[in-house]
Design a protein around this ligand. Structure first.
Ligand code: COA
Length: 260
C-alpha cells in the first residue's frame, strides 16, 4: 500500500510507521491522520507484524503538532468533531492496540505530536528532542487525549504546569518527569527502539495484548476525561482568542489574547 504522507517499512516482525511531511515538521493534517488510521488498522490485523515503531522523517521533528493551517475555519462543532475523530481513529487505536507500539521521538514532539507519542506504549527520545503541549498559545487545549495521558504519565501538578505554561521540556527533563522511558543519542534512537521491541517480541503475543489492555484499565473512573476534553477542545473554537492564536501563528507574529 503506497501512502503520500507516511512511510510504512517492515523489518522482520517490526513495522515502522514514519510520518513523512518533513517540510511541515511532520504536522498531522487530516489526510495524514487518515493514512495513519489505515496503516495502523492493517498493522494490528497483520499476522506478520509483531510490533510497531512510530517515528518522524528527518532529525528536526517527530511531529510538530496537528496542522494549524487546518484550524482556521473550524467552529465549535468542527473542533469537537476533529478531536473526537482523531481520538477514535488514531490515538485510541494505538493506545488500545493488541501489539506493542513504541514512539521513537527524533525531534520536536509538540501538541498532537506529543499526544501521538503519549498514545504509544513506550517512548524513547533522542537527546535533542523537545516535547510540550503548546495549545494554549493558540487559544486551545490539547484535543487528542493530551490532558488525560500527560496527567497519567507525569501527575496532575506537572501536567497542569506544562499545559498552562506551554513550556517545552528537553529530553533529559522529560526523562526525569517520567514522560519518556529512555533518552539516547540520535544515532542510537532506532537501534534502541528495535532492541526493546525485539526483546518484547520474544514474549507471548496474547499475554502482551492482555498486558496492554489491563494496564490501560488502571485508574479508569466513571468520569470520562477524554469526553470532557473533546467538549472543551470544541468550545475553544468558539472563542476570539483561538482565532487570534491561529492567525498569529500563520502570520508569524505574537498573539495578543483578550480573554474572549
Ligand atoms: N502546523 C502546521 N505547520 C507547521 C506546524 C504545525 N503544527 N509546525 C510547523 N509548521 C510548519 C511551519 O509553518 C513552517 O512552514 P513554512 O516553511 O511553509 O512556513 C515549517 O513547518 C517549518 O516550521 P518553522 O516554524 O519555520 O520552524 P522553526 O524551526 O522556526 O520552529 C517550531 C519550529 C516547532 C518551534 C515551530 O514550527 C512551532 O512552534 N510549530 C507549532 C507548534 C505547535 O503549536 N504545535 C501544536 C499545534 S496544536
Amino acid at each position: 500500500m503506497a501512502f503520500e504522507n507516511i512511510l510504512v517499512q517492515n523489518k522482520g516482525r517490526i513495522q515502522y510507521i514514519i510520518i513523512n511531511r518533513e517540510s511541515k515538521l511532520n504536522a498531522l493534517n487530516k489526510f495524514t491522520l487518515c493514512e495513519l488510521h489505515e496503516a495502523l488498522t492493517d498493522a494490528f490485523k497483520s499476522s506478520g507484524v509483531g510490533g510497531i515503531i512510530i517515528t518522524g522523517s528527518g532529525t528536526k521533528a517527530f511531529v510538530a503538532g496537528a496542522d494549524i493551517s487546518e484550524f482556521a475555519d473550524l467552529d465549535i462543532k468542527g473542533g469537537t468533531d476533529m478531536a473526537r475523530t482523531g481520538q477514535s481513529t488514531v490515538f485510541d487505536i494505538i493506545a488500545n492496540g493488541n501489539k506493542p507500539v513504541i514512539a521513537a521521538i527524533n525531534g520536536f514532539a509538540l501538541g498532537g505530536g506529543l499526544e501521538l507519542a503519549m498514545a504509544c506504549h513506550i517512548r524513547i527520545a533522542a537527546d535533542s528532542a523537545k516535547m510540550g503541549l503548546p495549545e494554549v498559545t493558540l487559544g486551545l487545549i490539547p484535543g487528542y487525549g493530551g490532558t488525560q495521558r500527560l496527567t497519567q504519565l507525569v501527575g496532575r501538578g506537572k501536567a497542569l504546569e506544562l499545559i498552562m505554561t506551554a513550556d517545552m521540556l528537553t529530553a533529559a527533563e522529560a526523562l526525569s518527569a517520567g514522560l519518556v522511558n529512555h533518552v539516547v543519542f540520535q544515532d542510537n534512537l532506532l537501534p534502541k527502539a528495535e532492541e526493546i521491541m525485539n526483546k518484547i517480541l520474544t514474549r507471548a503475543p496474547l499475554a502482551l495484548a492482555s498486558a496492554i489492555k489491563t494496564v490501560n484499565d488502571f485508574g479508569t473512573e466513571c468520569i470520562n476525561g477524554f469526553e470532557t476534553e473533546i467538549r472543551e477542545f470544541g468550545k475553544c473554537f468558539g472563542t476570539e482568542d483561538f482565532k487570534e492564536g491561529v492567525s498569529a501563528f500563520l502570520e508569524k507574529r505574537k498573539a495578543e489574547f483578550k480573554g474572549k
